[in-house]
Ligand binder design. Structure first.
Ligand code: BV8
Ligand code: ZN
Length: 290
């Protein structure tokens, strides 16, 4: 009896929450542009949604699954510890997909805004690991969760940029998502290993997995940028993963003007001064045009 009651209550709360979240209409763009014009310190905080129009599936969309696995279940130190080859096939696949993708109008609008406003401090803080902000030309970039194109040695901890395609022979033509296979048959010895003869440790993606802390240097710069920004544009994120989901609401709480750009309201929308509904490849260029 108690379980049924709980389920009903939970379902009612969720419906109620969706009704509240769905209520928000797009804000006054002219008013936002005035606010942005007067701002000196601007932060862009982006999530997977900004890369959706580049053809990279989001975690809440098709990207949430790879083969029969939840992507998030592979983005953990435990998964890498037990099945490193499977995790490497997953990340090799994502390296190849992102390498073939192009920055879209959203990425480019942000990079052009930074270049056109040397008089302002513009910081891009991204949860994405796909490298598209950098390829669009963004200079002042913080990659909260690391990068598909960096490796870290599990033994000597050396971090290197690596854009090799494939990253190693054994992963060539591997990682296809439609393969109906459990696990991976690639031997660990054929996975990427450290270049140092005295080390030869197994390499891992230099990516922050669930249950892992963000790099303190990146966190400090993020917290400094969020503490000093006048305006924060939150672009294409469901605001469910922490600590990234805390930054914009905290800025709004201290009085910064926060504008959310998303296809739909999120749990954080109510905390923000502005909300612009639509694909950010369309809404961002409008918001950032002089
Ligand atoms: C940590 C790399 C200390 C991997 C990722 C409270 C405090 C601290 C931690 C926690 C906490 N509560 C819970 C935790 C644990 C966990 C967490 O947050 N879990 C969630 C699921 C509740 N956090 C952690 O483990 C973090 N570690 O804080 O360390 C610690 C340690 C242990 C225990 C406690 C504390 C590390 C989290 C980082 C994980 N790594 N990425 C990889 O990529 O493979 S997270 C990954 O998922 C992304 O980087 C991103 O952060 C997240 C996905 O979110 P989004 O980017 O928002 O993408 P999503 O698909 O969800 O949404 C897309 C949005 O775009 C949607 O809203 C959609 O509507 C919109 N959209 C789509 N198309 C468009 C669009 N918008 C505009 N235009 C479009 N065209
Ligand atoms: Zn090493």
């Amino acid at each position: 009896m108690c379980i049924n009651l709980l389920t009903t209550v939970k379902r009612k709360l969720l419906t109620h929450a969706h009704v509240i979240m769905a209520a928000r209409q797009s804000s006054d763009m002219a008013k936002f542009k005035e606010t942005l014009k007067a701002a000196k310190n601007i932060v862009f905080l982006s999530g997977a949604g900004i890369s959706a129009e580049s053809g990279i599936p989001t975690f809440r969309g098709a990207g949430g699954m790879w083969r029969k696995y939840q992507s998030a279940s592979l983005a953990t130190p435990e998964a890498f510890g037990t099945t490193p080859a499977l995790v490497w096939e997953f990340y090799h696949y994502r390296r190849e997909v992102a390498a073939k993708a192009q920055p879209n109008a959203g990425h480019l609008a942000i990079a052009q805004y930074e270049a056109k406003h040397p008089d302002k401090t513009v910081t891009v803080i991204t949860q994405n690991v796909d490298g598209l902000h950098a390829r669009a030309g963004t200079k002042n970039l913080l990659e909260l969760h690391g990068s598909l194109y960096k490796t870290r040695c599990t033994k000597c901890k050396e971090v290197l940029v690596n854009t090799d395609s494939p990253i190693c022979k054994a992963l060539e033509n591997r990682g296809a998502p439609e393969v109906d296979q459990v696990g991976s048959d690639i031997p660990v010895r054929d996975l990427p290993h450290c270049r140092k003869p005295e080390c030869k440790g197994l390499l891992r993606p230099h990516i922050v997995w669930f249950g892992e802390s963000l790099e303190s240097a990146v966190l400090e710069k993020t917290e400094a940028a969020m503490a000093s920004c006048d305006v924060c544009l939150v672009v294409g994120t469901s605001s469910v993963v922490y600590p990234a989901a805390m930054f914009a609401p905290a800025a709004a709480a201290r009085g910064a003007a926060v504008a959310e750009f998303n296809l739909e309201p999120t749990p954080a929308t109510q905390a923000f001064s502005y909300y612009f509904q639509g694909p950010c490849g369309e809404t961002l260029p409008k918001a950032l045009a002089d």
